[in-house]
Ligand binder design. Sequence first.
Ligand SMILES: Cc1cc2nc3c(=O)[nH]c(=O)nc-3n(C[C@H](O)[C@H](O)[C@H](O)COP(=O)(O)O)c2cc1C
Length: 186
Amino acid sequence: MDKITLGPMPYMSVMPTLLVGANVKGKPNYMTAAWATVACMVPPMVCVAINKARYTAKGIEENKTFSLNVPSANHVVETDHCGLVSGAQVDKSGVFRSFYGRLNTAPLAEECPVNIECRLFTSVDCGSHLLYVGEVVEIHADRACVTDGKLDIAKISPIVYAQSAYFGVGEHVGKAFSAGTKYRKK
Ligand SMILES: Cc1cc2nc3c(=O)[nH]c(=O)nc-3n(C[C@H](O)[C@H](O)[C@H](O)COP(=O)(O)O)c2cc1C
């Protein structure tokens, strides 16, 4: 073994690149977010860590709703733009076309192949960031990105975030809940 210590930091090997949608003062705003994941299976929940200073946080607090939108690799420029500028200074409502689903106040980005519509379940004050946990009320998906009723990662072409860079999805290296059956004790 040859390990070194790097000190405590909020590290994850890879993260998704998402756009958090929230209405602020009645207008859609989209913020790039990578600190997000699934939080619960039943009921279905997702979560995202948002710095208290973000304009987006105001909208989530205001409406108790938000969306997580999954951009495709062909929208890297628009996606990064939403992470470079704040809705407090720049109107980002036109970066994506917005539509609404079951909730009236969670804007969904039409150009993103998957939209996760959420009602705020709870938020956890972790310090600089609030962890917003949202109950998923609906998933909207481009028909072209669904194969046999399931979301198809190859068609969605999501953006992976790691090391301050954007990546496409890498090669398939094994089948989950299956590859492990080949394990033999050494
Ligand atoms: C790739 C990337 C990932 C980001 N992830 C997060 C995140 O998970 N949480 C967060 O609070 N800010 C994150 N940011 C920063 C915000 O997107 C950025 O501050 C944005 O301007 C906030 O927009 P708003 O003020 O309109 O909400 C990220 C930025 C980039 C470029």
